[in-house]
Design a protein around this ligand. Sequence first.
Ligand code: ZN
Length: 275
Amino acid sequence: MNRNKLFMLTTVLAALAWTAVAFGAGSGLERLYILDCGQNTGKDQSRWSPGVNEGKPIEFSDNCYLIRHAKGLLLWDTGVPDAVAAMPDGMVAANGAIVYRRAQTLIAQLAEIGVKPADITYVAVSHTHGDHVGNIGLFPTSTVLIQGAEYDWAMTQSVKPAFAATQKIEKLAGDHDVFGDGSVMILSTPGHTPGHESLLVLLPKTGALVLSGDAVHFRDNWEQRRVPSMNVNRDQTLASLQRIAGVLEDKKAQLWINHDKPQSAGLRYAPAYYD
Ligand SMILES: [Zn+2]
């Protein structure tokens, strides 16, 4: 190769490297898997969507997400308990307001993609409702990332999350950069519960995503800014929705609404992934 060609090649490579950094590919974030963590039926949609479909049932998706980064694995939410997979009629929860079902255990889905519980560095939960913390204790060597406000509140409830005794619990006070390079950010979005949080993920090819947690349950509720009556704080919920809207705008991000079954049906579940 003559000097001129070498110079041109170097220039092209430098430009490519710059482009990769500009689009977030320079971070250690590698891929995201969606795991099926429950298929739940709400007895009365109006519990989540005030004034809408009173007395009519609604189907929920309930996802967990596994994020692979060069510095470790993060599991976001743990779904309904794995034991539910062995219950043909499902498990009744919230005083009969909802029935949990599970097609496959979380552990089996992780095994299918070659992941053992001990491989998971962090388990973060959007909040402590039973359809999100159902398997929290299955990761005894992982560090739990949870808002301090959520932890304290959960400990006042009659049914408490079943943390494993050996788990290190890192109590957060607001936003948190999980791997230190800005590619996976926990965003404080209180209101549904006192220490609710959502997750901003900057994937190298797919781009930016916000995983909602239960900041909002369905697309229609997002568009109408509806606040479920069960939420602990209405004003905080609305402020958190506003905050998420700002992040979507700023990062040109997609919003993945965890419990929105029609949206989830259009996404690729593990072993497929997003990178
Ligand atoms: Zn919830």
